[in-house]
Design a protein around this ligand. Structure first.
Ligand code: MN
Length: 297
């Protein structure tokens, strides 16, 4: 089955930190319920640099942070303050509304390598209460000279404890030496692979960190071969059956819902307050520009 390549683009988060953004893209908005994928670093930063994303709201999604190297401090409107460390996942369920900030530890330089994903919540869960949880330990699977961290879903008899609401899969795979890894897939799922480091041949086709490689449903396995150490994430899920609108930090179904969320953020209602972040709160862009863009497309 042919691969579809989705070229990543450079985007800026916080104060001047560049990420490679793979989702959403013009070609594809979702892979299963996964609707956003940013790859940050690996990058060294000086004191005062790093991630400085001030308080901002979310609705209708889960933010899923996979920390590979370095640390980030999460603070949210439920009162949680949680430093995420390498090998851990922070999962924030926005439901009907939450706000949070993400900052590198203050006062020192450091190193950061992370992936941030968003998961669209389905109609049954998107109006639910907000929640936050840190997962300090995830299943580790050693196989074919690879070290697999199971981020979401099930694989090789293991199941990730991360609580998601749609049938889906997520894993980080470190290929520690030249070799090949075969991964069983659910044929009902669509999947995508993003190389984080190095290159590999996916079913014979070369994949690099510059593009997300997308696979349609219908495959029961994939094989990746590398000539040197490499690292990738694989995401998948049952194609998301609901038409979503993703704009700024919101996932919704209509422009009226977006306008309402912007108004509530600007007026300081619904999203609570985040305390202790050294970064300035983010200002919502003009929602009327969304109407223009949607009207033209
Ligand atoms: Mn956020």
């Amino acid at each position: 089955m042919p691969l579809e390549y989705i070229t990543t683009r450079v985007a800026e988060v916080g104060d001047g930190l560049n990420v490679r953004r793979a989702l959403p893209s013009r070609q594809r908005r979702t892979v299963g319920a996964w609707c956003f994928l940013d790859h940050l670093g690996p990058v060294d930063y000086e004191a005062g640099g790093g991630l400085n994303v001030g308080p901002h709201p979310h609705i209708g999604l889960q933010t899923f942070t996979w920390m590979i190297e370095g640390e980030v401090v999460h603070r949210d409107s439920l009162g949680n303050e949680q430093t995420i460390k390498p090998g851990q996942v922070n999962l924030m369920t926005a439901g009907r509304g939450i706000s949070h900030a993400e900052d590198s530890p203050p006062g020192r330089g450091g190193h950061a390598h992370a992936v941030q994903l968003w998961i669209a919540l389905d109609e049954a869960h998107r109006h639910g209460p907000p929640a936050f949880r840190n997962y300090p330990v995830l299943p580790l699977i050693a196989r074919d000279a690879c070290r697999i961290t199971l981020l979401a879903g099930s694989l090789f008899g293991e199941t990730s404890p991360v609580e998601v609401f749609s049938p889906m899969l997520g894993m980080d795979v470190e290929m520690q030496a030249a070799g090949e890894i075969a991964i069983p897939l659910d044929p009902a799922f669509e999947h995508a692979v993003l190389m984080l480091e190095g290159t590999a041949a996916l079913d014979g086709e070369v994949v690099t960190p510059d593009a997300l490689a997308y696979l349609e449903p219908g495959q029961d396995r994939i094989a990746l071969r590398s000539e040197a150490p490499a690292r990738f994430v694989l995401i998948g899920g049952k194609p998301f059956g609901e038409e979503i609108l993703l704009w700024w930090n919101f996932v919704a179904r209509s422009q009226d819902e977006m306008a309402e969320a912007v108004r509530d953020w600007n007026e300081g209602t619904r999203f609570g307050e985040v305390h202790g972040s050294p970064s300035h709160p983010l200002v919502a862009p003009d929602v009327s520009r969304l109407r223009l863009r949607e009207a033209r497309s």
